[in-house]
Design a protein around this ligand. Sequence first.
Ligand code: AMP
Length: 216
Amino acid sequence: MNVIVLGAPGTGKGTYSHRVSKHFNIPHISTGDLFRDHQKKETELGKKVQEFMAKGQLVPDEITIEMVKERLAENDCENGFILDGFPRTVAQAEALDKITNIDVAVYFSAEHHVIIDRITGRRICRDCGYIHHVKNIPMKKEGKCNECGGEVYQREDETPEVVKDRLFVYDTKTRPLINHYENIGILKEIDANLDINHPNFKVVDNFIKVLEELDK
Ligand code: AMP
């Protein structure tokens, strides 16, 4: 099952994709994580993308498409994948169509004020990438990851100024993809306004249901 997830930054799609990928035993591939990994390892690619990422701008399509193409060719993608953060432009969506077929595009919708609150509270593990939130998924031990005990940090592109720019980029470049996938009939929308600890939170269950439907 080849899955892409769409939605503004801060809709929680990274957290949900991480959980659902474990449920179905397929890899969760986040282009943001891949780029951050390159930065951490100080590769050539990592250096090239540093400035774009710090400013909340998109990395050029050629660089991003090449990286995704290589990642999707790895063995662990044989039974499918959850691709998170790609495509983000119409050119990337067209390139992806040439690389592989996509079974479903899951769109997480949420209001901007919900998104801003989520992003600025986010804390991420340097080692395993697990995402916490100061209010909604607090660290059990201050500064330490709940999953692996690694050090947690706040991303430099999660300050209010950069978040505003990222939402602008999303609205102008990525939002049009919702229509693209709706038109080809593979879009499924999930309301992602409720926080993960809300009693009526059903986003992960709904995400699993959407993917189970594919197998029928
Ligand atoms: P994310 O963790 O998905 O919010 O991505 C963090 C940053 O990585 C973005 O603000 C971009 O600078 C870069 N990035 C991630 N995915 C893409 C993509 N598909 N195209 C271009 N830039 C990307």
